[in-house]
Design a protein around this ligand. Structure first.
Ligand code: LLP
Length: 442
């Protein structure tokens, strides 16, 4: 049996997280249930921040709230002194409602609407990460009409695509995000932006991928970007205050995953930036990063109740749980792998390998294809580890399944931070046929 995060077995022989018995959690809050170990999130946040502090580098660690956004989660990010990356009006709204200091919010996205840009300006957020020429022109126009200045970063694509175990040098990148660094778009964008009276360019941003286990991609990105910054310092007199190298730091979903400690990503990135800057007239910029998964991923697990089973002779045995792709779409969408144990008897010896199916009407709705387990059946509780990132945030109501509740545990205490959806929540926006507003042709 493998354990993840801070999970352990208590003296009842049950899986425990944050000092709370998971079986008791299911009795109190039902299943499926997302459970987050708050202390672990704090530890991860502090780890990133501490490394920058030890290196004496001014930095912002911005939590990429797309990984898991909720009022309580944003408040936890605030308690830990993180900044915040939002990518939509909905994420921004959540942050504002959570009382997050707006000057520490960075607004991303490749297609921010006019309304979203106004919302960002109305709330005086820290900066807007401008993604393309059409947004650059639009934002300049909006700011000029409002007679308001705004801080921006320009998102560039440095021609590096990083994946878990490798990276690809793509030259000109075929991506919907950002200004291409190689073909001159980024330089043109910078030229346009620094001429504006309303846009103050703090620096550049890039994000090379997600669930990355090596530092090479980050270091190459830093090299390429700083190479260009040196040129632009000479040609345009541009001195960046900020270099934002995005998120993407990998986590361990299964025993096969072997990520680096957060401190190593940060240290190597900082050293590379220092090295590149040292051979230039540039001053050292602040370094910003945007971890999502690595802050919340392994701090979360999902508890399910086992229901039906089906044996396909000589092929496999399916055990179905009371959730699935509605609360965790990652296996179906990315073939993502997870590990799990029986929360009510994690120490029982393994007897067979089973496939964990969801309850949605779709053959692809599988959570784990090959999981060694004790013989399990209806009523057992399955804990799937490392579901804290992109689980709740990508959840959906397929088959009109209500979204699960979310519980935070810390020091033996559990607090409900997102209520389970009710059936009435599911039909809240529905209008009955006879009361539906009809729009007649004029
Ligand atoms: N910054 C930017 C600009 C991003 O696009 C992302 C993620 C992050 C930061 C945070 O990346 P992280 O540290 O969480 O890897 N739904 C996918 C992941 C999509 C990531 C999109 N961008 C998944 O479930 O694996």
């Amino acid at each position: 049996m493998h354990m993840y995060g801070t999970s352990q077995v208590n003296n009842q022989g049950h899986l425990e997280i944050g000092g709370v018995d998971t079986v008791e959690l299911t009795e109190r809050f039902g299943t499926p249930l997302y459970v987050y170990d708050v202390e672990l999130i704090r530890e991860r946040a502090r780890g990133f921040k501490r490394t920058f502090e030890e290196l004496g580098i001014p930095a912002q660690v911005a939590y990429a709230s797309k990984a898991f956004s909720s009022i309580a989660m944003i408040q936890l990010a605030e308690q830990e002194g993180l900044s915040l990356d939002v990518v939509s009006a909905g994420e921004l709204y959540t942050a504002i409602k959570a009382g997050f200091p707006t000057e520490r919010i960075h607004f991303h996205g490749n297609n921010k609407s006019i309304e979203e840009l106004h919302m960002a300006l109305d709330n005086q957020i820290g900066c807007i990460v401008v993604d393309n020429f059409s947004e650059l022109t639009l934002l300049e126009e909006i700011c000029s009409n409002r007679e308001e200045k705004v801080h921006i970063l320009l998102r560039v694509t440095p021609g590096i695509e990083a994946h878990t175990h490798d990276y690809i040098l793509t030259g000109q990148e075929d991506s919907k995000f950002g200004f291409d660094l190689i073909n001159g778009q980024a330089e043109n964008a910078l030229n346009q932006a620094i001429k504006s009276n309303w846009l103050e360019v703090l620096g550049l941003h890039c994000h090379i991928g997600s669930q990355i286990f090596q530092t090479t991609g980050f270091l190459l990105a830093a090299q390429k970007i700083i190479g260009k910054l040196k040129e632009w310092h000479k040609s345009l007199g541009f001195q960046p205050k900020v270099l934002n190298l995005g998120g993407g730091f990998g986590i361990r979903y299964t025993e096969e995953d072997d990520p680096l400690p957060a401190s190593q990503y940060v240290e190597e990135i900082v050293r590379e930036v220092q090295k590149q800057i040292a051979h230039s007239d540039l001053e050292m910029p602040e370094i910003w990063i945007e971890p999502g998964r690595s802050l919340v991923g392994d701090a979360g697990l999902t508890l399910y109740k086992v229901g039906s089973e089906k044996e396909v002779p000589d092929v496999r045995k399916y055990l179905a749980v009371d959730g699935g792709m509605s609360d965790n779409i990652r296996p179906a969408l990315y073939e993502a792998k997870y590990d799990a144990v029986l929360a009510n008897r994690p120490l029982d010896p393994v007897e067979e390998t089973v496939a964990i199916a969801g309850k949605c009407c779709e053959s692809g709705d599988m959570l784990i294809w090959d999981l060694p387990l004790p013989k399990a059946g209806r009523g057992d509780i399955l804990a799937v580890f490392c579901t804290g990132a992109y689980g709740y945030s990508m959840s959906n109501n397929y088959n009109r399944i209500p979204r699960p509740a979310v519980v935070f545990v810390e020091n033996g205490e559990a607090r409900l931070v997102i209520k389970r959806e009710t059936f009435d929540d599911l039909i809240r926006q529905d209008l009955a046929f006879h009361e539906a507003v009809s729009f007649n042709k004029e």
